[in-house]
Design a protein around this ligand. Structure first.
Ligand code: ATP
Length: 307
């Protein structure tokens, strides 16, 4: 049995089909990534899962039964638009949201202080939320999501706006939660993040799920025909070669898709025969980004590095 099953969810806004018959499954104890470019339909899907939007059709199944009100108490949800009460103080905010989920008392206060310490906010317990920086407000909101120890943690673009140190901290906590057996679902347009963290993924594009399953299985399926290479020389002759289906330039690496599984070794031979200096030839590895480009045809969201 799956922890969650999303079955044929659809939602239109006017004539726009924001989510179009989306189905995917989330196994127990996993980190699940809902991935896709901006506007793909991730937030709308999550809002339907959270019962914020009524779907036009479809349903969400929680451990075999149609999801109802009780889900709200089992879940910690980080919405895309962050929003806390600006005039409330930091510790007060945490205790308030924990109480809404039925958690009060010394244990929760202790835990709140521990999280604040980890996020380097322990000197801000009495600060007003509005006096915190945006990043710090985001950290605080993340703590409200996990403090009541929910079984399900649903995070809509959790990494946006965080610096690398806090991004790592968030990842660390997500991994800890997985070890505790929780189910974590997060949306992201950053394929790299999903790739490093998720056990299972669903890829959404133009409202449709274009891929769903175990990340390692999906990768091995796609890698049978795909090779990543680094090289010196001229590979333009490959463009019309009978075993080559497609060549994609990813900047640091070049992806080559052959027509049949098993033609990858032949490809290596051809490269060497044509005096191409092959610096890396990886027939077992394909990135999620490459899979996305293959399926959706256009460039996916990439982390922009400004130095
Ligand atoms: P992002 O990564 O940019 O947040 P997303 O994958 O979460 O994107 P959604 O926010 O679900 O995408 O949006 C899917 C589509 O539905 C978009 O074209 C968006 O403009 C549209 N949309 C979302 N919410 C509404 C709304 N309340 N009214 C009208 N259109 C909407």
């Amino acid at each position: 049995m799956y922890a969650l099953e999303v079955k044929n969810l659809s939602k239109s806004f006017g004539t726009l089909k924001a989510v179009d018959n989306a189905s995917f499954t989330v196994p127990e104890g996993s980190i699940f990534g809902l991935i896709g470019r901006n506007g793909a339909g991730k937030t709308t899907t999550i809002r339907m899962m959270m019962n914020i939007y009524m779907p036009d059709g479809g349903e969400v199944i929680l451990r075999g039964a149609k999801v109802g009100q009780e889900f709200k108490n089992k879940v910690g949800y980080l919405p895309e638009e962050r929003g806390l009460y600006k005039k409330m103080r930091v510790l007060e905010t945490l205790l308030y949201f924990a109480e809404l989920k039925g958690k009060t008392g010394r244990t929760v206060t202790k835990k709140a202080k521990e999280y604040l310490e980890r996020f380097d906010l322990s000197n801000r317990l009495q600060s007003k939320v509005e006096d915190l920086s945006k990043g710090n407000q985001q950290k605080l909101q993340f703590i409200t999501t996990v403090l009541h120890d929910p079984e399900f943690i649903i995070l809509d673009e959790p990494f946006s706006g965080l610096d690398p140190i806090n991004t790592n901290l968030l990842k660390e906590i997500i991994l800890e939660k997985k070890k505790e057996g929780k189910v974590i679902i997060f949306s992201t347009h950053l394929m790299d993040f999903a790739e490093k963290m998720c056990d299972h993924i669903a890829m959404i594009d133009l409202g449709k799920i274009i891929l769903n399953g175990s990340l390692s299985e999906l990768k091995s399926k796609f890698s049978q025909k795909n090779v990543s290479i680094n090289y010196e020389g001229d590979i333009s002759f490959l463009q019309k070669h009978p075993i080559v289906e497609k060549i994609s330039d990813f900047g640091n690496t070049t992806g080559i898709k052959v027509k049949e599984p098993g033609q990858t070794q032949e490809l290596l031979k051809i490269l060497v025969q044509n005096n191409v200096v092959v610096k890396k030839f990886d027939a077992n590895d394909i990135s999620l980004h490459e899979i996305f480009v293959e399926l959706a045809g256009k460039e996916a969201g990439q982390e922009v590095l400004n130095v």
